[in-house]
Design a protein. Sequence first.
Length: 154
Amino acid sequence: MDAILTSVIAVLGTLLGSALTHVFQQRTALRAEQSSREAHLRQERLDVYGTYAAQLVEFRQAMVHHWICVHEGRDADDEVSLRRRSYELRAGAQQALFQLQLITDAPEVNTAAAEAFRAIGKLNRATDRADLDTRRESARDLIDTFVVTARRHV
């Protein structure tokens, strides 16, 4: 009788040990999967945010160069190509903005990104060089604000 009781206890102990091992392995696997997902999302955000900031800088430079061409007569022969380039860079920046909006759920990142894009898009409305310089500095500050805001969310 003692042998049967000892065998039953051994079997129950083995089953309990197996069940607990399964539970702990399942938890570990879930944590590893979640950690992997979070790391992948973080890397994706870094890529998208960085690409967007770079697009904004290029778009800003193109808009300033085009404004100077139109209003100050510099590089006047290139006006059409400069306008085309600013439109292309605007489209690229807007595309990057859409990607950013798809990958983040942080409203402050979306707001900072959209404000910078809008400010750069208004550079061509500057009335004179002083107004352009003010708008250009403001746009640069908004790009910096976007980067600082985005950094808190990666």
